[in-house]
Design a binder for this molecule. Structure first.
Ligand code: FAD
Length: 546
């Protein structure tokens, strides 16, 4: 496995400034990471920079589903449903430990969004479009069967349910694994490096001026083509490039909340109606259940997207409406996150009606911007944009690039023979960690987060001398994150590499001081630096309970 070490920043900076690349990708979310892998696997030399941490934008703030998007069928967006629907099974195969099959219940209630007949037809079409086979095909359940599967549903208004297949993932981990896979080819990537301007040659964008916010150094990265894959920030770079005309972004905010599983003890993921006519998810995950999402227009600070008390109340009320015996309380909230959908503006359409399709804009100076889209469709988006550049290259008397290879490239940590192999690997890991007081849930956490890389973490764990085994494991994960996943700050580790901030807040609260101390040692922070990161971490933790 490649080292992708935060202690190696200087060397990576030098590589970025001293080489000329085929493509420079600006933005380290799933879109940028996907493009890096697609292009690098075709033999191109790729640079990727991210202004903050990888996946710190929308790509760690989604519903974390690899899904076909049932609701887009309602908007007759058949092409989108077909594409992302068929992508689900492919992405699952590329990382079966990280993209997990998740059965969904669609309760049918009196006067709900989908009636019995419409649901039955809709789910069938959904399966056909996505090529779903065998046991995964949708089943329509009568009221009794639906209640047996999910006893918390509202018995008095329930008429039955649809039961269909989707996949669940961790968006930030998917992004980092895609990026790490790109590093197996000719890719150089760095976080905390912001594009602040473009480099032009004969009137064309041929690189970017960047600033490393860790060292405060500014330098240029040269490339034949530059892709703006900055999600919600796409229009900012188009403005710098003086090419923001015609279509523009329309941002909408989406909020998710996490509760201890016992507070909302559903057995299945449920996709249900809410009184204002929208729909939302409730998804059990490890020790928690998370719910979401809202969909509201957003024009405020993109770098500080907040969950408000109103967002929390809206989602909690919606849950209590669908699961009347649960009595979820606002104060039960453990954690939350808010993200921005980088959608393309369409005159006269409301937030929920805007299409989730991706679009590519090429400016007169050849800045290539990509916006919209979904986590699920990252591979296809990458193929489209690299194909477009291939054509541009051919027109400029270069050659066409080879075809995309990502359909067969297993993601880092994902060398499994299907889901049963993942299950048996969890068992192996469980046997390895039981003597230290851990259990099946801990083994599943390690495998779903890191896949086969769990072994590397446990080898390190074995060599640590620590009395507290919980801390010892966290320390081993931290070491792995710094050495192999470019972890630079406590939040990179607690939020995006481990997902603990969202799904295991008690672990964060218990060990946050020790984590901060460890970072101080590893990165040799002075007191001022230490205080900066301590405040940053505490502020985020405070924001988890608005
Ligand atoms: P981002 O992840 O935002 O990445 C862009 C990156 O560019 C950011 O990290 C940013 O810091 C960086 N950047 C910006 N400016 C600069 C600069 N000047 N220099 C360097 N870097 C820069 N999709 C699904 O398939 N399934 C779901 O369940 C799902 N749920 C969603 C729920 C919500 C609430 C939202 C908001 C979206 C959801 N999506 C879902 C959509 C999906 O999350 C997004 O389409 C996807 O994450 C967008 O990724 P991106 O890489 O384009 O943008």
């Amino acid at each position: 496995m490649n080292e992708f070490s935060a202690l190696n920043r200087n060397a990576i900076n030098e590589k970025l400034s001293d080489n000329k690349f085929d493509i420079l990708i600006i933005g380290g979310g799933i879109t940028g990471a996907g493009i890096a892998l697609d292009a690098a696997a075709r033999g191109l030399k790729i640079a990727l920079i991210e202004q903050n941490d990888f996946a710190s934008g929308t790509s760690s703030k989604s519903t974390k589903l690899i899904h076909g998007g049932l609701r887009y069928l309602k908007q007759f967006d058949v092409k989108l449903v077909k594409e992302v629907g068929s992508e689900r099974a492919i992405v699952h195969k590329l990382a079966p430990h990280l993209v997990l099959p998740e059965k969904m219940l669609l309760p049918l209630i009196k006067d709900g969004t989908y009636g019995k007949v419409m649901s039955s037809i809709g789910l069938k079409v959904y399966d056909i479009l996505a090529g779903v086979k065998g046991d995964d095909r949708r089943r329509m359940l009568n009221k009794k069967k639906a209640m047996a599967i999910e006893p918390l549903l509202p018995e008095n208004i329930l008429e039955g349910a649809g039961y269909y297949a989707e996949y669940r993932t961790d968006d930030a981990r998917l992004t980092i694994e895609v990026l790490k896979t790109a590093l197996n080819y000719d890719t150089t990537a760095l976080n905390y490096t912001k594009a602040i301007d473009f480099v032009y040659e004969e009137g064309k964008v041929r690189g970017a001026k960047v600033k490393d916010s860790i060292s405060n150094k500014e330098y240029e990265i040269k490339a034949n083509y530059v892709i703006n894959a900055t999600g919600p920030w796409v229009d900012e770079l188009r403005t710098i490039n003086k090419s923001k005309e015609g279509k523009r972004l329309h941002l909408t905010k989406g909020v998710h909340l996490t509760f201890a599983h016992e507070k909302l003890p559903i057995k299945n993921a449920v996709y249900f109606d809410i009184p204002d006519g929208r729909m939302m998810f409730a998804i059990p995950r490890g020790k928690t259940t998370y719910i979401g999402t809202t969909d509201t227009n957003y024009t405020e600070d993109k770098n500080d997207v907040k969950v408000t008390k109103e967002d929390v109340k809206y989602l909690v009320d919606a849950v209590n409406n669908m699961f009347p015996t649960v009595d979820l309380q606002v104060q039960d909230l453990q954690s939350c996150w808010a993200g921005l959908r980088p959608l393309i503006h369409e005159e006269g359409k409301s937030e929920s009606e805007l299409s989730r399709k991706d679009e590519i804009f090429v400016s007169p100076t050849e800045l290539i911007s990509i916006a919209g889209g979904k986590l699920t469709g990252y591979r296809k988006m990458a193929q489209r944009i690299v194909y477009l550049i291939s054509k541009m290259n051919q027109k400029g008397k270069g050659k066409l690039f080879s075809n995309s290879k990502t359909r067969k490239i297993v993601l880092s940590g994902g060398k499994f023979n299907g889901k049963n192999d993942v299950i048996s690997y969890i068992k192996t890991i469980e046997e390895r960690i039981i003597p230290f007081g851990f259990n099946h849930v801990d083994a599943a956490y390690l495998v779903h987060n890191y896949g086969k890389q769990a072994n590397i973490i446990l080898d390190y764990f074995d060599n640590l001398v620590e009395n507290d085994n919980d801390w010892r494991l966290m320390l081993a994960e931290l070491w792995f994150g710094v050495k192999y996943e470019m972890v630079q700050t406590p939040l990179d580790f607690l939020e995006r590499r481990t997902g603990n901030m969202n799904f295991d807040i008690n672990r964060v609260l218990k060990y946050k001081s020790r984590v901060l101390d460890e970072f101080k040692t590893v990165f040799d922070w002075n007191d001022k630096e230490f205080m900066y990161f301590k405040n940053q971490t505490n502020l985020i933790i405070k924001g988890l309970k608005p």
